[in-house]
Design a protein around this ligand. Sequence first.
Ligand code: HSE
Length: 434
Amino acid sequence: MRDVNIGIVGLGNVGSGTMAILAETSDSIAQKLGFRLVVKALCARTIEGKQIPSALADALVTTDWREVVNHPEVEIVAELIGGQGVAKEIIEAALAAGKSVVTANKELMAAQGPALVDAAIVHGANIAMEASVAGGIPVHTVLREGISGDRIEAFYGILNGTSNYILTEIERDGTAFADVLAEAQRLGYAEADPTADVDGFDARSKLAILAALAFGEKITAADIFTEGIRRISPIDFQYAHRLGHTIRLLCGARLTGEGLILSVRPALIPESTILASVKGAYNAVWVRGKYGADTFYYGRGAGPHPTGVAVVSDLMRVAREIRSGSPTRVSPFAHDRLEANRPVSVLKQKRAYYLRFFVRDEPGIIAALASILAAKKIGLDAVLQLPNEDKAALPFVITVEPTSEQSVQEAVAEMAKLDFMVEPVLALPMETAL
Ligand code: HSE
């Protein structure tokens, strides 16, 4: 069968991993496909310093993405630059030219995936995005194919490696968030601008894509309650451990009687759950289906090689479909909102909550807090106070019985008015049923 020719735009982390795998495994790829994947064109904003493997030396190397997209022999364009600006132009231009696209771009696919897939269908092309979420875990394929026959009831993910690395370092060493972040930046594990990772936006894009595939629902960023990890301190892990829990940035999508509740937020999870064993920069996805029960997927969420594997696997799948004369496609994204799976506000969620306080010590604090909880009809579960000498910023924790997020947020707003409160209350859901 005739070879399939590809072009790669973006030679950063993911692009370099993709080039390395294509160069080193070209024979085994050809063995599996029955034809070769040939890299015809490579593009980066600057070429200087890029290591192009010698096996790809015949490829055109350019700084102009149009030369890749318009290359007469290129049949698949790999867009590996990320973001929603030029990346979108590249993908749209490739699709308009009838060329298929493989992308690692979670931000763009979360925001505009349905429209881009529709454009691909109109132009008789394909668009594949396995590398956009949890690079080393083939979770798109799982949701689109492997367990698509199940009725998914809940989905939990650890989808941001940087946050998981930071949280598990705080947990292990008792180091403050800011110090762990600074060290992670120094080592190159965290970006110079860490906002997307530590404030939950990267995980939100990933959850939007996966929840759309899992529930057949149209999901937008606004549907997802999002809170990052900046306020998690070593003391929170001490209290969480006392409660038999740990803390992770949990991406959750749960089908309830009211609708689909979506959130990215730090949560207490039992130490006995498999998710608690996900440490460092690893990612994991746990899906609970009505019929197939629980399945769990684990692996590296990022990095040149794990993400490169996802890109190369997508290139192989798309190439196979091109050579087999692929049939009419159906978008993996839903276009209508299903009544039963409609996203609803996290305020409807009922959970036990962990409330952590820093207060200026004085008599009557517990009584004042208990009276606010009682007024909101929130049942108090436990009061915990580890030994601490700092009377000017004394930490302690109250856990409350399952109640609505609405009530908890109202109580927290009332508590913020108390003059002994040194910083805003930290309220984390306790996922005790995991
Ligand atoms: N910045 C992401 C993370 C990796 O920390 O998981 C790419 O998605």
